[in-house]
Design a protein around this ligand. Structure first.
Ligand SMILES: *Cc1c(COP(=O)(O)O)cnc(C)c1O
Length: 360
């Protein structure tokens, strides 16, 4: 007799499609918040040189000590905080959820937000509570405080700034939510290189706040490295759930190298912030664009007139420009599109095609 997945796995897991990535070969890729810039030639050569003596026959340093020290220094992770590395921050989200799985208490997040909080909660059989944002995509403070009391979540994820909206929540309200939360509060700062505010200096302190960051959006998405800064009591506990050698040897060496040459990535982030202002202003001036959400990230969410979101997305796609049709999720995001900020040339191509799409 053959055993089928449905015999052993939960229906809700099987009902959920695997994480889908759009086909993008040959297109201007503005859908995934990647840094569009490559490294200058000499830096690339120096990087390959730095990789040349990595011992691929050996397991990587299990504690990833050198790269952790480099991250702590480069990002000024508070001395009292522990620092746990993940294979992308996605893995840290998974570790956090598996840590609280047996508590029976839910994961809670304002919605719409980064989908992995809910996807990974569901995969682990942990209930997920979504608290709708206000129509301007800021936190609904009273609703959130009520939900904390009613559901007593084990974990609250606050993407700061949020994805897919780009909005930075009111920091005072974030602190209030963290203080009222009976469980853990994780501030997900995936977009820190583009943001005007951070909670990292509070991580590991008396507030109990945890701060999660990633190297992905800064320009190292291919390496898969994220970190969680929290009290040592918590990073020590979570470390028990981490797979041994979760950060491979090439990633450890490459991130150390990149942080030693951080000025290059910082300059790229600076250009992208300038381009964000340019694209936001151009979008706001386009007839047919209903609103542009203020962004603290390297992408911009904008709303089109009723019913136009999907057709405009398709027009752009056929023109060779891939953005994200977040409106497909429906609800508050109906007719909203999300564009990642690219190089000046890519942004011009996007704005030209969008202008044409809105005219037709
Ligand atoms: C992209 C993103 C992540 C995931 O980052 P990885 O480190 O690449 O796994 C986490 N949180 C938010 C809010 C994101 O947008």
């Amino acid at each position: 007799m053959t055993t089928r997945p449905i015999d052993l796995m939960r229906r809700e897991v099987l009902a959920q499609p695997a994480y889908a990535v759009a086909e993008s070969a040959g297109m201007i890729k503005l859908d995934a918040m990647e840094n569009p810039y490559a490294w200058p030639g000499e830096l690339r050569m120096a990087w390959l040189e730095a990789l040349s003596d990595v011992e691929l026959n050996r397991y990587p340093d299990a504690g990833a000590r050198a790269v952790t020290a480099a991250i702590r220094a480069a990002h000024q992770v508070p001395e009292e905080a522990g620092c746990l590395l993940g294979n992308g921050s996605d893995e840290l989200i998974q570790i956090l959820i598996s840590a609280v799985q047996a508590s029976g208490r839910p994961v809670l997040s304002p919605i719409p937000t980064f989908v992995m909080y809910e996807v990974l909660a569901r995969a682990a059989g942990v209930p997920f509570v979504g608290v709708p944002l206000k129509s301007d995509f800021d936190l609904d403070g009273p609703a959130l405080l009520r939900a904390l009391e009613e559901h007593r979540p084990a974990l609250v994820f606050l993407a700061f700034p949020n994805n897919p909206t780009g909005r930075l929540y009111d920091p005072g309200l974030v602190a209030e939510v963290a203080a009222a939360n009976p469980g853990l509060t994780v501030i997900d700062e995936a977009y820190a290189p583009f943001s005007s505010h951070s909670f990292l200096s509070q991580a590991g302190g008396a507030s109990g706040l945890m701060v999660m960051r990633t190297m992905s959006k800064l320009g190292l998405a291919g390496l898969r490295l994220g970190y969680l800064a929290a009290t040592r009591e918590w990073t020590d506990a979570l470390d028990r759930l981490r797979l041994p050698y979760n950060i491979n040897a090439l990633t450890q060496r490459s991130v150390s190298f990149a942080l030693a040459h951080a000025a290059v990535l910082d300059e790229q982030a600076h250009i992208l912030r300038e381009q964000r202002a340019r694209v936001s202003a151009a979008l706001a001036a386009l007839p047919g664009v209903r609103r542009v959400i203020p962004s603290d990230a390297n992408f911009i969410l904008f709303e089109l007139a009723g019913g136009r979101g999907h057709p405009v997305f398709e027009f752009l796609r056929v023109s060779g420009i891939l953005i994200k049709d977040v409106g497909r999720a429906g609800g508050m995001l109906t007719d909203h599109l999300r564009v990642t900020v690219g190089t000046p040339e890519e942004n011009s191509a996007f704005l030209t095609a969008l202008t044409e799409a809105l005219r037709s």
